[in-house]
Design a protein around this ligand. Structure first.
Ligand code: SF4
Ligand code: SF4
Length: 374
């Protein structure tokens, strides 16, 4: 309604069926609307047109090494908890062309020409907003800005959804990244049974709402949302004490737990690929069989790959013990000195998708239980 005052920071109520016109409007402005869908019995982030594409009435049960889609027990559209995919694929693509050479008489060089898509990401959880903010610190540094990441990031419109339905491996409350978003979005929804409460985060978000049949946020609805978020905070499947990090890790580099976990870890890299904050990459050259075309690509890499730490003089991390220790002490330790925050947002993906059920919260607890300071 036209008489509802709109400004950045205010919260209004949007009838559920008005999400479709909002997404249409985003598409009219040139955005591709991407959101959660179910494919192959898991949630994935793919193009969506509207409410009909969302996984209504579904959520996931997650435990170490276990993931199942189940009925949530109500008819909400956004009860689904994150799956293996994270939004980082849209800003930091798993494989992207950097430059190409084509032989046509002489060699001709083409720089990567793909222009950054305009993406509206719909359903970004608070922990995932925090992960994007962490990747910003890595890719948008003052001394170096990654142009691929920068262009994709600046073109994006973020519709966050506060989390009322945490799963068994979530611990965002411990990491201070959820279940309520504190910023970094254009619009943030909290889904109640009848309406979405919508917090306006930016001028761009405000513009998108203009003209939609909004209502003032009802006091009872605001209280329901607050109660739901307080309950979600209590229902996190995992907790992690972070008060003594990074010190605990960096002073226990010779703890026997590193060997114990290395005996289980397969160095498969699954944890790093699903992690929304991991940013390691490699370059690969691909040449056509006739030798007329060659391309340099950037691809995701992992500190668990033995080749990642292979340098001219040999491998600086030749064992699974050294690679697991690097992963954990970087993420929960030296990351803080490097980027000003810890590198984990408590999404739980690395626990769910570890084939041998290694759990970062248990590993840190094991170090704490019997500290062996080096
Ligand atoms: S901790 Fe688990 S997911 Fe990560 S490399 Fe080891 S076995 Fe793979
Ligand atoms: S370390 Fe694990 S829980 Fe933390 S952000 Fe990465 S995948 Fe999520």
């Amino acid at each position: 309604m036209a008489d509802i005052p709109l400004s950045v920071g205010t919260t209004v109520a949007l009838p559920k069926d008005q999400l479709d016109p909002l997404l249409s409007r985003l598409r009219d402005k040139g955005y591709r609307t991407i959101g959660p869908r179910i494919r192959d019995d898991a949630v994935v982030y793919e193009p969506i047109e509207g409410l009909a594409d969302l996984p209504r009435g579904l959520t996931s049960v997650q435990e170490a090494g276990r993931y199942r889609i189940v009925a949530s027990g109500n008819q909400r559209y956004f009860d689904i908890t994150p799956g293996a995919q994270s939004w980082k694929q849209f800003f930091f693509p798993p494989r992207v062309s950097l430059l190409e050479f084509q032989k046509n008489g002489g060699w001709k060089k083409h720089s990567a020409t793909e222009s950054a898509p305009r993406l509206a990401l719909v359903g970004v959880r608070p922990c995932e907003l925090a992960a994007i903010e962490i990747q910003d610190r890595a890719f948008l540094r003052e001394d170096f800005t990654d142009p691929i990441y920068r262009d994709r990031r600046k073109n994006a419109f973020l519709v966050a959804v506060n989390c009322l339905h945490p799963c068994g491996t979530c611990f965002c409350a411990s990491m201070g990244t959820g279940p309520k978003a504190s910023g970094g979005f254009d619009l943030c929804l909290t889904e109640l049974d009848e309406v979405f409460l919508v917090e306006i985060g930016t001028d761009a978000g405000l513009e998108m709402l203009k003209g939609l049949p909004l209502k003032a946020a009802d006091k009872a609805d605001v209280q329901k949302a607050e109660a739901g978020l307080a309950s979600a905070k209590e229902r996190m499947g995992r907790t992690l004490e972070i008060g003594d990090l990074p010190d605990l890790l960096l002073k226990n580099l010779e703890h026997p737990e590193w060997q114990a976990v290395a005996a289980r870890c397969m160095s498969c890299s699954s944890c790093t690929l699903v992690c929304p904050t991991c940013f390691c990459w490699d370059t690969q050259d691909r040449t056509s069989l006739d030798g007329a075309h060659t391309e340099r690509q950037r691809v995701w890499d992992s500190c668990f790959n033995p080749g990642y730490s292979h340098q001219a003089g040999g491998n600086t991390r030749p064992t699974t013990r050294s690679r697991y220790r690097q992963w954990l002490t970087h993420k929960f330790g030296s990351w803080k000195e490097q980027y000003g925050v810890l590198g984990c947002v408590g999404c739980g993906r690395c626990i769910t998708w570890c084939p041998v059920k290694i759990d970062v919260t248990e590993e840190i607890a094991a170090l704490r239980k019997e500290e062996v300071r080096s």
